[in-house]
Design a binder for this molecule. Sequence first.
Ligand code: URA
Length: 252
Amino acid sequence: MNRKKIEYLRFLADMGEIFIPIPNLQNEKRNTSTELSDMAEKRAFSAASLNKESAEKQDTISADKKKKLLDEFYHQIRDCTKCALSKTRHKFVFGAGNADADIMFIGEAPGGEEDLQGIPFVGRAGKLLDRILAAARLKRSEVYIANVLKCRPPKNRDPLPSEEEMCLPYLHRQIEIIQPKIICCLGRVAAHALLRTKANMSELRGQVHKYRNIPMIVTYHPAALLRSERFKKPTWEDFLFLLDELKKIKSR
Ligand code: URA
């Protein structure tokens, strides 16, 4: 069994899949265990390199300054009443994670649980995102997660164009402060909003886009994986692509 297949099976296991096809390892036992330990080593290496301190970064803003700027920005906008969603929200969901993150994930809008807690991706889709991150050996505390909209649309309907227009400047400013090395759009809504395109997911995936000169990739929203199994494999491929691109960027 080749490395890619093993990695995918590990991804499924990490994501809590219970029924994983068991391959016939009769003739492959030795290779497989070697491959697995190689992979573990590589993963540990890549996790360590993703964790490198900001001292190695070439950002113009220090990690402390980014944290301070984000905090100030949150206090400036948290009582926003620019659109009608402010009337129905419980909490304003600003974003969460490392202000000095290399990777920034962008979702669509808070759902019910996020609205109650004021934290992005803490509901069912969020729990799945946590598993995907863990499978990719990424910690939530080392990435930054935000949404296109900061307030929950009633019944989780799609954001209205007018809501996106009003809310997007907040996300632009967050990206400007964090200066991630790469952005990963979770789903079509985020990709359309940031890339100003109407392209479909198959056109958007598998390539490096640019958002204001920051490399950006697009993958499926975790909610899509909850709806259909068939999105799991391509999502894992997108995460490998993301890690690979980040590695290239960091080695430049
Ligand atoms: N879906 C999103 O797009 N964002 C969240 O924060 C939660 C679910």
